[in-house]
Write a protein that binds this ligand. Sequence first.
Ligand code: WTA
Length: 682
Amino acid sequence: MREADSVSEIREADVSEAEIAVHWREEPRIDPPADFVAQATVRDRRLFATLSGNDFPEGFRSYADLLQWDHPYDQVLDQSNPPFYRWFSGGRLNASVNTIDRHLGSARDRVAYYFVPESESEPITALTYGELASRVNRLAGILRNRFGLAAGDRVTIHLPMVPELPIAMLACARLGVIHSVVFSGFSGKACGTRIVDSGSRLLLTMDGYSRNGQWLDHKIKADEAFEAAASSGVTLDGVAVFERYPGRYRSASPLRPGRDVALTPLLTHGSDHDIAPASLESNHGLFIMYSSGTTGQPKGCLHGIGGYLAWVTATSRYVLDLKPDDVYWCMADIGWITGHSYIVYGPLSIGATSVIYEGVPNFPDAGRPWRIAEKLGVRILHTSPTAIRALRREGADAPSRYHPPLRLLATVGEPIEPETWHWYYSEIGHGKAVVVDTYWQTETGGHLLATLPGIEPMKPGSAGPALPGIEAAIYDETGNRLKPGAKRAGILVIERPWPGLMLGIWNDPERFRATYFEPLRRGAHKDRWLYCTHDAATQSSDGYFRILGRTDDVINVAGHRLGSKEIESAALNVAAVAEAAVIPFPDPVKGHLPLLFVATKPGTASPKGVARSVERAVIEAIGPIARPKAVLVVEDLPKTRSGKIMRRVLRAIATGGDPGDTTTLANPESVEAIRKEVGRSL
Ligand code: WTA
């Protein structure tokens, strides 16, 4: 398997000096605004002393103390079976109690979520913690009594950005049912694959929703997902359907008797009794989140309860500076890890008020987010560089007309270049809000690198230093640990476990070890368990890291991870396609877009027709987020003599870089032909 083939993987990494040179230059550091510092939760370096020093892992007791436990843990960290670390083992708790019930005393009437429909003519609704509790309990009752679900079962949730999504997640969490949320933009087929891998018993979906001013029929995707799963041998017990407007079903796909269950009548007439929360061991599964990696199938990242919840609660407090009386808006989709950690579990655990927005940020115009933020009094905003670039491009002046009381602006998902950073800082924050660039991954549960906003200066273009308790370093291709300021790129490695690290890969423990921990287990490190992020990075002498991008076959499109293998195998499903290779192509708004090269089988008549079919196949297999920038149909792809497609060469040709010595290829003549096609099509 390629994943275990680590050192060669690192050597192949796109970390050449040329690549770093095209990145921005080192920017001066900027101190956080004084008003921010005066009220910041973290104002000294004590956290570093307790979490990063010799007090490991005992220092993390303070993170466990942020939660409410039914039963105390026996051990802070059970390291008896590395790399399967178990945090707060023996302790028992429930995630829905920690995110809801514990606020029901004095904070019962505090708003947990504002729901902002996409259409501006529909009113914004507020859901208090008390109301959230009753809706979660009702749904948990249905899941338990009607569908017979119990702790350890899996449920797939395919819902858009509506309050029903966190409600469904928390109803599962209450019973100890492991939820697997699939991003609503994913196709029915992609949802089906995830139902099969997780062995889900039930699919929760909705009739439809609004996006970009259009009504999207969503229930039809459930039919596709059901069929796709059934044809792979997993037949769901049922499909439970919410209505976007309760009582007004609006999908072209009728409910199928015996399979589909309308939730509205059950929720309206259901019992109002509280459902007793399952008291679960700290390392019981909370959720699975699928993420793309080097091989064809997305990996099911399994997160537990105690460690994960402690990590997202602590980072929401210390990195996002979130306080219970804050109104906070994370513009990510809950269907991705950012939404799980920083719209649902972290903010609710703190007892803050969050915004859930149904639609696209620039609907009906690029001023929408700033109107929403002003109207709701948003103080903390969290979004992606792609969203900032798009909003800037479409409405650079729009923010000046609105005055939300922002004090912290966070970003996540991809590197933010200084130009975009400065616009965010000056135009959105008016220089009064601190900017925090947060680097992390689905696998890591929560933030790894970021400035602690009250005590560490910002540096545009850098993700910042490692957080307290995170031992981060850069290793070169021979496994040497580089010193800060080495001016060389390498792989970002985390040297010690932390509570947010996932428990493992669903159904595939070996893959967890091979993908993340085997790459550096050689030479001097053969007895160590170093977590490999698969990101290339540099570290400057002040300890700040700059992320250069993935070194495995992951393409980061608008902050979303797409697996090259998934895109290529979709293309290969088109009958005329003999070979396919995808590369990331730079895009001014989305960071990168997939650019596909396909070689056709002999006798294929219409390259245009093939290109169209390939595009359709990719969207059907994954969803519109994977829509390629272009599909270039060529006769032959550049290959080594052993038959390996040289994506590096394709990338160089497409982006006007230097493909290096191509005379050693098995088919050097392919290069010129591709160059011509690139010239014609791009
Ligand atoms: C990239 C999203 C630069 C990185 C939370 C990582 C970033 C992948 C940043 C994880 C950042 C995330 N600066 N790159 N601040 N944050 N990335 O699993 O390549 O969807 O490995 O998790 O996004 O994406 P994932």
